[in-house]
Write a protein that binds this ligand. Structure first.
Ligand SMILES: [Zn+2]
Ligand SMILES: [Zn+2]
Length: 416
């Protein structure tokens, strides 16, 4: 079966997350978005885990559904741990996604981690624990537990981040490195950027949304064509065969750490400019936050320039969230009522958001959507978008239309 999975999200119990992120809303939004398998997020948090145990029931092996509901989506037990420790003489802060094949295994993991840190403090707990020790705890609880390094290039918390990361997975996990079979790209990098890194050649390059609010679910996700089960998903990532079809990705420039710079100083630098400035901010003179593009350049193989494509490359769809496309097409803010009116109508007529963004034919888009919105989706599919790249924690800004184009598309509508 072909399905879309978004297996990193956060619950209302994690810092800076919308109070709307509760199981009932997640289930209904997953269906609306076209996500068949959603991570629960935060299973290490005692209150969230209590919700999970009370409100979900087993469905396919290793997957759960909301009790007393007819939602089609399934949950997989997921969490994220922030490991803070020192290794090889440097302070490390690394985020890892963790997965459990059952409630019982999640319970074991929670018990172990509860001895080491305060799981109540945050849905994504900070624990003074070496990444390798975390992996050992997971595998001890069950050989089917999985650790996937999260948003691996993010400067502050990625396993390869410029601020406190490592130069390879081997440096982080030592002899346990082969147990790591997948990495998450994060919003600021896409598969082509990761293809340049030789030590990722045998790893699945997966994506998920890291969503903190309902409307952002599925902004990045992974596409599978396999058995709907925990093992189906994890085996597909492990083998990287056709069962793992590919990913849905932000344009990496949209991410918060694509380029370098200082947000406070309003200084955004390309990797070349950072080099020219010897890593310092031309405004305040302090070291800039080195983003993902520069960090990948640093670790990429010399014979893998930008554009290098290995034989095993998976397909990926570059994505602009549909609400942002509508906002661009209408020339209004993304939060405005008009955007959500169009969104609901489109999803009702054309199926889920991800279906209409990826699969629906050009003619069906044109006959069901306002002209500018249909044109926006088509331009996104062709990669015809302009983006001011994100830097130092600020999202990139997408431009699909200029004002004149928007007006001419709007007048097409009145001709109808
Ligand atoms: Zn994280
Ligand atoms: Zn500065």
């Amino acid at each position: 079966m072909r399905f879309i999975a978004d297996i990193e999200i956060h619950s209302k119990y994690a810092r800076a997350v919308s109070p709307q992120m509760v199981l009932e809303n997640l289930a209904s939004w997953a269906d609306k978005k076209g996500i068949q398998v959603l991570g629960t997020g935060d299973f290490t948090h005692p209150l969230w885990f209590k919700d999970i145990k009370e409100k979900l029931e087993p469905a396919e092996p290793g997957l759960y559904r909301l009790k007393n509901s007819d939602y089609k989506m399934r949950f997989v037990l997921s969490g994220e741990i922030s490991c803070v420790y020192t290794k090889n003489g440097r302070g490390r802060r690394v985020h890892h996604l963790v997965y459990a094949p059952s409630i019982e295994v999640a319970e074991k993991i929670n018990t172990q981690l509860g001895w080491l840190g305060n799981l109540k403090s945050d849905g994504r707990p900070i624990i003074g624990l070496d990444s390798k020790e975390l992996l050992k705890i997971l595998l001890n609880a069950s050989p089917e537990s999985v650790l996937i390094p999260a948003h691996v290039w993010t400067p502050w918390f990625g396993v390869f981040g410029s601020k406190s990361g490592f130069n390879s997975l081997g440096e982080c996990f030592d002899e346990l490195e082969p147990q790591i079979f997948a990495i998450e790209t994060g919003l600021s990098s896409d598969p082509p950027m990761n293809w340049r890194i030789p030590f990722l050649d045998k790893k699945a390059i997966m994506s998920s949304s890291d969503s903190h609010s309902l409307h952002r679910l599925g902004r990045e996700a992974s596409i599978f064509n396999t058995e709907m089960s925990y093992r189906g998903i994890m085996d597909a990532l492990k083998t990287r065969g056709p069962e793992f079809e590919g990913t849905i990705e932000f344009f990496p420039e949209e991410g918060k750490y694509h380029y370098d710079g200082h947000l406070a100083c309003g200084v955004r630098l390309t990797p070349e400019e950072t080099k020219k400035n010897k890593g310092l901010c031309p405004s305040c003179g302090r070291p800039v936050t080195v983003g993902v593009a520069a960090r990948i350049d640093e670790l990429a193989a010399l014979d893998r320039p930008a554009g290098f494509r290995p034989g095993w490359a998976k397909t990926y769809h570059s994505f602009v969230p549909f609400d942002e496309i509508i906002a661009e097409a209408l020339g209004v803010g993304v939060q405005s009522r008009a955007v959500w009116k169009e969104y609901e109508a489109a999803v009702k007529n054309l199926g889920s958001e991800l279906n209409l963004m990826i699969n629906v034919s050009e003619s069906d888009l044109k006959s069901n959507l306002p002209p500018a919105v249909a044109e926006g989706v088509l331009r996104m599919r062709q990669g015809k978008v302009r983006i001011e790249p994100g830097y130092d924690g600020e999202y990139g800004k997408i431009k699909i239309f200029d004002d004149a184009e928007r007006e001419s598309l709007a007048s097409q509508k009145s001709l109808f």
